[in-house]
Design a protein. Sequence first.
Length: 64
Amino acid sequence: MNEDQVKGVGEKVKGKINEGVGKVTNDPVQEVKGDAQQVEGEARKNVGDAKEDLKDATDDTPKP
């Protein structure tokens, strides 16, 4: 796992917590903040996944 993947997952977790807190406290702003953090986290994780895929693809290429 690279840094983007780890930080992305962490951001998604924070977002899920904020969304839950917003629901429990009936705070729609907190819920929206949590939703946004989850989207941001997923995007960052996807960037990390793409970097890993690219790295794996280039590492598997035979050297001439």
